[in-house]
Structures are given as C-alpha cells and as structure tokens.
Design a protein around this ligand. Structure first.
Ligand code: PSV
Ligand code: MN
Length: 386
C-alpha cells in the first residue's frame, strides 16, 4: 500500500465548493430554527464560507443559489468574495419556490410559464458572466403526484426543448449541469429522476452539458459509486452535490453516517480520472445545517471528504489489479479494505501544519472567537433562510 507520504502531494489541489445556503437557516417541513450569528446578507454568507476556507484550505469557492443570493451588483459581490479569499462557484437556479411553478417549470404545459423558467436560467447565465462562474446547475422540482395528472412523455420533450434554449446561450467556457433526484417534491413521477434520464437529456444538448450527482438523490441501497464510474467513463460527470442520506434527501454531513460510501465514491473518482486537477468535476457540498452550528458543520464536511480522498488514494491499485486478475475474490476485497481501515487523521494533521493550516480545523475554529463575534455582531435585520 502506498504510504501517506507518497500520496500527500495529491491532496494539495483538492477543492470543495461550499453552498451559500448552508449558512442560512434551514429546517424540515416541521420547523426552521433560527440561530444566533446567521447571515442577514449574501456578503455575510460569503464571509462564513471564507472562514471555512481559512481553517481548512479546502474550500476556495462558494456556490450561489438564485434568487436566494440575488444582489444588485455582481461585480462588487465578486470583488467582495476575492477580498475574503474565495471565488464565486456554481450558480444554482431555482424554479421551485414561485407559485407559477406549482405544476412545473421547464416542463410546464403552459408555454408562458416555460418561458418564465427559461428566462430565469438566462438571468443565471448573466450572473455567471458577471461573477466568472462556469457552471449553471439545474435541479428541477418538476413532476406529478397522481397517475394521469400529467403527460410524462410530452414533459420530456418540453424539457429537451427548454434545456436546448438555455444551452444555446452558454459561452464556450460555461457548462450546464443537470441534477437528478428520485423523488420530492413530486411523489408519483419526477421529470429528471435518475442518472439515465439526466444523461440522455445532456447528451442531446452537446459537449458542455453534464450530469450532477447528488449523493442523497437515490433509492436506498443504490450503488452510487457505480454511477460515478459510469458517468466518468462517459465523460459526463460534471459535479457532485455531497451530503449524507439516511432516509431521503436528508442534507446531513457528508461521510457522517456512511464514511465507507464516501470512500467508495472517492475511489471510483480517482480510478476514473475525476480527481485530476483538470478533470472538470466540481466537488460541491449540498447540505443545510438545521440543528448543528453551520460553519463547523461545513468544516467537518470538507474534512470528511479530504479524509476519505486520502484513504482512497492509498488503495494499492497494483495489488488490487493483480488480485482481480487472479480471480482472488477475497484477496482483492482485502486490498480495498486495507486502505479504508487506515487511519490517516494524524498524517492529515501534520500535512495541514506543514502547509500553515491548523492541525485541527474544528478546534481552531472553536478557539478562534469567530462564532462568538458573529453571534454578537449579527443582531437585527432578517436572518436568511430558505
Ligand atoms: C434538491 O433537493 C437539491 O438537491 C438541489 O440541488 C437544490 O438546488 C438544493 O437541493 C437546494 O438545497
Ligand atoms: Mn443537490
């Protein structure tokens, strides 16, 4: 097995995008809890994202969600982010919170509502131009609740048409990334429920259209790493939305309930070339923190991704290939598990220190006073939430 020392340089380029919405208040359909220190402005969200990067060195970009993060002056917002030490990342569209979208957006039977949804995406593209963002990420709440309620077939056709209209406006260095989700908010059918549908739709668009894999968007016991392998093989894995799923779209901290799944995913990412610095795969978190403190929640998340990446990089791929080739079923499994069971935490602590980062970002954050300062300062105004 390679030593940590041998793989440590490969950790240097790791970058994980954090979502602006992780810093706002969120909750379940039962309750959204407020919490002291929650941002009241997009700038405060960006400042919190920048704190995650300062303590970990892992999160140089913050993804925005429109209209949640709409501002008057995007050039000024971009400059503000740069001052804080981060960049604006993926722009996420939102056609799930306007009354007009009750029966869908890009797939809607009414051309006027479809046009409105398309125009929203064109506005997102303008925001990308102004912020230097490269990815437009589209997740649709579109679907139906009852058999017969909607013509599923025509909705696929309308989706293809709407996406093509948006795609036509992309600049050369911009991408459209389509995210699938098995269910919710619609429960009978969803217009982009799975990677197959997302793949078919993006393949029809062209080279700049990719699939986003949100780890929480599958049926229980789906082999998510197989999907990773397949999308990478086809050159269509655009991004991840990392989180931890326990029952449904839980939005919990990635790698918390199932670090082994995260390890398996990162192994396939490495295996398929998705971890190379120029692979084009955007590693994003899509998580909200409802009961835990938000900034430490994000710090824990990016550290979990780093830890499982380090372990995945330590798989002895030569020994693995040899065992596979020899038909040594349990030998191959053991080689794989050896890397997973290797505790890299002390090595990672030393790696951080050697790069001027705190050995324990969680502890350093707790001792930094940042949390106390924002809790004391951010009084009045309206806390942001979805
Ligand atoms: C939908 O459940 C989703 O995963 C999409 O990525 C949305 O943009 C995001 O959650 C909102 O949190
Ligand atoms: Mn998502």
């Amino acid at each position: 097995m390679p030593t940590f020392e041998q793989i440590s340089q490969q950790l240097d380029h790791q970058a994980i995008e954090v979502p602006s919405w992780a810093y706002g208040n969120s909750g379940t359909r039962f309750k959204v809890f407020g919490s002291a220190g929650t941002p009241r402005t997009v700038q405060e969200k960006i400042a919190d994202a920048a704190a995650v990067h300062r303590f970990t060195g892992l999160a140089p970009k913050v993804a925005l969600h429109i209209p949640w993060d709409k501002v008057e002056d995007y050039a000024a917002l971009t400059a503000y982010a740069a001052e804080q030490g981060v960049q604006i990342g993926t722009i996420n569209s939102n056609t799930f919170q306007d009354d007009d979208y009750k029966l869908g957006g890009l797939t809607h039977h009414d051309p006027a509502i479809r046009r409105k949804a398309i125009d929203h995406h064109l506005e997102c593209l303008q925001i990308m131009d102004a912020t230097g963002s490269q990815d437009l990420k589209i997740w649709l709440a579109d679907g139906s609740n009852y058999p017969g309620q909607a013509d599923m077939r025509s909705r696929q056709d309308r989706l293809a048409e709407s996406l093509a209209t948006i795609y036509a406006e992309l600049k050369d260095d911009q991408r459209l990334v389509l995210e699938y989700k098995i269910f919710e908010p619609a429960f009978y059918h969803t217009d982009v429920p799975d990677w197959g549908t997302a793949l078919v739709q993006v393949q029809a668009l062209g080279e700049k259209a990719m699939v986003c894999l949100d780890t929480g968007h599958h049926a229980p016991s789906t082999n998510v790493e197989f999907i990773v392998a397949q999308l990478l093989r086809l050159g269509r894995l655009g991004s991840f939305d990392f989180n931890s799923r326990f029952y449904a779209d839980d939005d919990l901290i990635v790698g918390s309930a199932d670090p082994f799944q995260l390890f398996r995913i990162m192994f396939e990412v490495v295996r398929g070339g998705g971890y190379a610095a120029d692979s084009g795969v955007a590693f994003m978190l899509d998580q909200c923190h409802n009961v835990e403190k938000k900034i430490p929640g994000q710090i824990r998340s990016v550290l979990n991704v780093q830890e499982m990446t380090a372990r995945a990089l330590m798989v002895d791929t030569e020994a693995l290939a040899a065992a596979q080739q020899a038909g040594d079923v349990l030998g191959a499994h053991e080689v794989f598990m050896d890397a997973f069971y290797t505790d890299v935490r002390p090595d990672l602590a030393a790696w951080r220190e050697s790069r001027g980062l705190p050995a324990s970002p969680m502890r350093a954050y707790a001792e930094s006073g940042y949390q106390e300062t924002i809790e004391a300062d951010r009084v009045g105004g309206t806390q942001l939430s979805w």
